[in-house]
Each structure stands twice: as C-alpha cells, then as structure tokens.
Design a protein around this ligand. Structure first.
Ligand SMILES: Nc1ncnc2c1ncn2[C@@H]1O[C@H](COP(=O)(O)OP(=O)(O)OP(=O)(O)O)[C@@H](O)[C@H]1O
Length: 375
C-alpha cells in the first residue's frame, strides 16, 4: 500500500473543506450529530493513502488505522467548491448508524467514523475491488459456475440479513459489491441509499436504472401529492439482474441507454435466458417477476443457492465460510483491541434443518412447475 510513513491525516487532504467551523454556521448548514461516542474514532489514528474509489458524494482512500491496520476511508466530499450540506450530513449520519449495526461476514465491516475535521467512515479494506471491475476484467470469458453461485449466495446472505433487520438497500448493483482479496467471496458495501422498511412502503426514486425494479423506475404519471410505493422486494429484482450478470458475465440491457431502460422493463423486457443453467431459470424468473409479490424472499434464495452449489459444485463446502483475508484481518483487529466496535465477528451460517424444510416447501412448486414443463 502506497502510504508515506509520516503522512498523517491532515496534510494529506486533497482539498480540505471543513464540515464545521465558521463557514458551516455562516451558510446556515449547522447540524447536530447524534452519533454515540463509541462509534467515533480519533482522526489522528488514521493515515490516508491512495484514492481507491469515488462515489457521487464521496472519495474513498486506502488508509492505515493506528499505523498498522489497512482500512478504507470514505470522506464525504460532494464537490471541490461547495460545502457539505445538511442533507449530506443527515445521509452520512444515517449511513454510520446503519453500517454500525450491521455485523455480517458478507457486509463490509464498520470500524468507526469521524465528524471532525471532515465527515469520514472507516471500514475494513476489501482488497479485490468492485464486482463490476472483477467481471469486466474476466471478460470475454464467463465466470466459472462455482464463483457465480458463491458470489450470488454471499449477496443473498447479506441481503437476507439486511431484510431481517428491516433494511432495504435500494441500490444493489455490482458497483456496490466488493470482492475479497482472495477473490473467493463478496461483501456488500455502500449503504448511502439504504432505508428502513416502513409499513406503507417506500416512496422516493432511488438506485441505478439498469438494476432498478420496474415499480421504482416506472414512468407512470402520478396524481399531485401521490407517491410511488414499493417494498423490500425491489432488492430481490436487483439481485436477479446481478445473478444473471454473474452467470453470463454480461451487462443487462447492454447497449441500451440508461434512461430508456425503465420504459422497456415496465413493458416486461428482461435479459435473455439462453445459456442459463436450467436449474436457475425458475429462480431468475421469480426474482425479476413484474409483480413483486411473486418474487422470492432472500431466505428462500439462500437455501436454493446453498443446495444448488452443493449439487453442482460438490467439492465446495459453503456452510462454514472461511475467508483467509478476514481471518488475517480479525487478528489485526484483536491486536488493536478494538473488539468493542465489532462484537461477534463470525455468524454461524448453517441454517437449522427445520427452517430449511419449511422454505423448501415454498420453493418446491417452482421446481415442480419448471421440471414438469421441461421433461
Ligand atoms: N471498504 C472498501 N474497501 C475497498 N474499496 C472500497 C470500500 N468502500 C468503498 N470502496 C471503493 O470506493 C467506491 C465508492 O464507494 P461507495 O460506493 O461507498 O461511495 P458512495 O459515495 O456511497 O457511492 P455512490 O455514489 O455509488 O452512492 C466503491 O465503488 C469502491 O471502489
């Protein structure tokens, strides 16, 4: 990692713009953060290295925590010229609170945040880059089936966890999924758009058109005051497109202009199922169904993928995942005595048999329908 030994946080700011101070108050963008002290890190313990990514409102750098632990540091920086607005601060706080409550092997691990001198989120460094880059680098070859299924299972497990916490991601796409350094697993990142589920459904437009569920991107005219309604199943639709991408190593709706995709998706257009393994077809069809009620839940998808992986790639034992990078990482963290931030680090991923049977009952009709129509 290219980090100069004496380079502390402040001198390395590419363009320093305080989130606080007199400018902040002058512009009327004062915001009282409500983030508990335990979640905050001392910025002096963070060294910044090279830039590794850029989002709509942030720049992400490689970094070192306490001089030894590699981390990713996301700095909220909407633009070089404008200050951080109240809206950005609210979004930052929401992301910090969300990430800090997520402890799952397939979700990027939160280490802490800083509010001063800039808004920063510090997470584990996931070294393999984005899933989007991983797939592009592998082209024109498809990924091997085991990799596709394993990555899909990792995403499904992360989403199952998220939904069980009442959280909808809303922006699930390969740019928000990171590949581990050993290239064997993936982790979910970027919770900037994630929202908690509400009883009446979600209301505003979010996410990236190519991966967006029809009910979110529908261009149907609305009555004045009327809002769009959708629920957690929008993530299942996005998952289906990612899963299709993993299986084909192609971009869904390739060559189509992003703006026109919503129109065709709402007309029922979906990616081609040619060359998709027979066993997977009914799952894709269910997950990208027009009617969100017909889409499976992630707990069902997880069980399906676990059994498919066992059947098609019998040598893989995915019940107890061991991620080499993660183990090394845990050692580093233990050394730094920061376990108070992390809580239980490994989640037992084995599902109790009873639950499996129950869910299999729900999935079975899919298989029956599928196999009876094929054979
Ligand atoms: N923990 C991490 N480890 C390695 N790289 C990361 C990590 N977090 C983010 N990145 C890199 O930084 C990029 C931007 O991060 P992120 O998507 O979290 O920013 P964002 O501002 O929320 O983006 P968006 O505008 O898509 O919401 C990612 O695509 C990835 O390349």
């Amino acid at each position: 990692m290219a980090i100069a030994p004496t380079m502390m946080l402040y001198p390395n700011y590419p363009f320093f713009m305080s989130a606080f101070g007199s400018d902040d108050n002058d512009s009327g963008d004062h915001f009282d953060f409500n983030i508990s002290k335990e979640l905050l890190l001392n910025p002096k313990n963070i060294m910044l290295g090279e830039m590794i990514g850029e989002g709509g409102n942030s720049i992400v750098y490689k970094g070192l925590f306490k001089g030894t632990m590699p981390v990713a540091v996301k700095i909220v920086q909407p633009s070089k010229t404008s200050a951080v607005s109240i809206q950005h601060k609210q979004q930052f706080q929401k992301e910090v609170l969300l990430l800090s409550s997520m402890k799952h092997l397939n979700i990027v691990r939160f280490l802490g945040a800083c509010i001063e001198p800039q808004l920063m989120i510090v997470t584990e460094l996931v070294r393999g880059g984005t899933l989007q880059r991983f797939m592009l680098n592998s082209r024109p070859s498809p990924l091997d089936l085991k990799t596709s299924l394993t990555f899909a299972l990792d995403i499904s497990r992360a989403m199952e966890f998220l939904h069980s916490k009442g959280i909808i991601h809303r922006d699930l796409n390969p740019r928000n999924v990171l590949v581990t350094g050993d290239m064997h697993h993936v982790k979910l990142a970027d919770f900037g758009l994630a929202r908690e589920k509400t009883v009446g459904g979600m209301t505003c437009e979010a996410g990236t058109y190519r991966w967006m569920a029809p009910e979110v991107c529908s261009r149907e005219p609305l009555l004045i005051g009327e809002k769009k309604h959708y629920d957690h199943k929008i993530d299942v639709y996005s998952f289906a497109l990612i899963f299709w991408s993993l299986l084909t190593n192609q971009t869904p709706f390739y060559g189509m202009d992003g703006i026109s995709i919503p129109y065709f998706v709402n007309q029922g257009m979906r990616p081609s199922l040619i060359n998709i393994p027979d066993e997977v077809v009914p799952i894709l069809e269910s997950c990208w169904a027009e009617d969100s009620k017909n889409r499976l839940e992630f707990k069902e998808i997880t069980i399906f993928l676990e059994s498919l992986l066992k059947r098609l790639c019998p040598e893989s034992s995915n019940d107890d995942i061991t991620v080499t990078d993660d183990e090394a990482y845990d050692d580093e963290i233990e050394e730094l005595e920061t376990t108070w931030l992390l809580g239980k680090r490994y989640i037992k991923l084995n599902k109790p048999k009873k639950k499996k049977e129950k869910v299999m009952k729900r999935i079975l009709p899919f298989f029956k329908k599928f196999f009876s129509s094929k054979w």
